[in-house]
Design a protein around this ligand. Sequence first.
Ligand code: AMP
Ligand code: MN
Ligand code: MN
Ligand code: MN
Length: 277
Amino acid sequence: MNADLHCHSTVSDGLLAPAAVVRRAHGNGVELLALTDHDELGGLAEARAEAEQLGMKFLDGTEVSVSFGDDQTVHIVALGVDPANVPLVEGLAQVRGGRDSRAMRMAEELDKVGIHGAYAGSLKYAGNPALISRSHFARYIVELGHARDVKSVFDHWLAKGKPGYVSHPWATFEDAMGWILGAGGVAVIAHPGRYRLSKAELQQMFGVFKDLGGRGIEVISGAHSGEMIAEYANVARKYGFLASRASDFHGPGESYADLGKLPHLPDDLTPVWSEFF
Ligand code: AMP
Ligand code: MN
Ligand code: MN
Ligand code: MN
């Protein structure tokens, strides 16, 4: 099955509206899609309605921002959650609540290195202060002409250790897992190949995740090289994790992979969607 269980719409930092994401996925041959906006459930009703119209399978999802260890950020994808579950809805609202003040602090730091007006400029892209993310800052900095693409903005200004990076407390691992499992969802570690964690820290993170009821890992991710796919397939075998396939699409021309345009899972792994279909 062509499943793609991780992507973004304008309800977080994607470029396409929820229904447009679904139409593009369908056009690309996707048979099962999950929309997973950052700490948001607001696009799911629109996306699900469009998927039903097109006869495509759909899972309600979100990608929860979690703080781990010494100022590390880990993303946990929740699949098959009930979007009306009150603790989940309230928990995510609380996580989003910190974005606006963080954005103001980022803008202050960027101002010191000659990038002016970044709060207002980025807010123009985000639309809503509760959704403002580094991606919106990156688009504004490209607009100013300081960099040719979003990727180089991260490399110069927004990645950890760069001048516009501001550390921020996201959800705790315990809270995020409680909300996801309480809402009937399956929790999946997003893009494990992207974290700047040592091998030992990664293993520790997988252990904590599993102890808290985590079930899945993105073996195939738009951000993964062939080597990473082999490495995280082995992690799935070792921990007994279900395997996910995930583009992490944000928009045309702005992502590692387009919707559904990904390698297939290794044959011996159990797909995470076998929990649902
Ligand atoms: P935030 O949640 O505001 O910290 O923003 C994180 C988002 O920035 C991620 O979800 C990605 O969409 C994007 N991002 C993070 N690192 C990079 C990178 N190196 N290149 C491009 N986009 C990135
Ligand atoms: Mn994003
Ligand atoms: Mn992510
Ligand atoms: Mn994502």
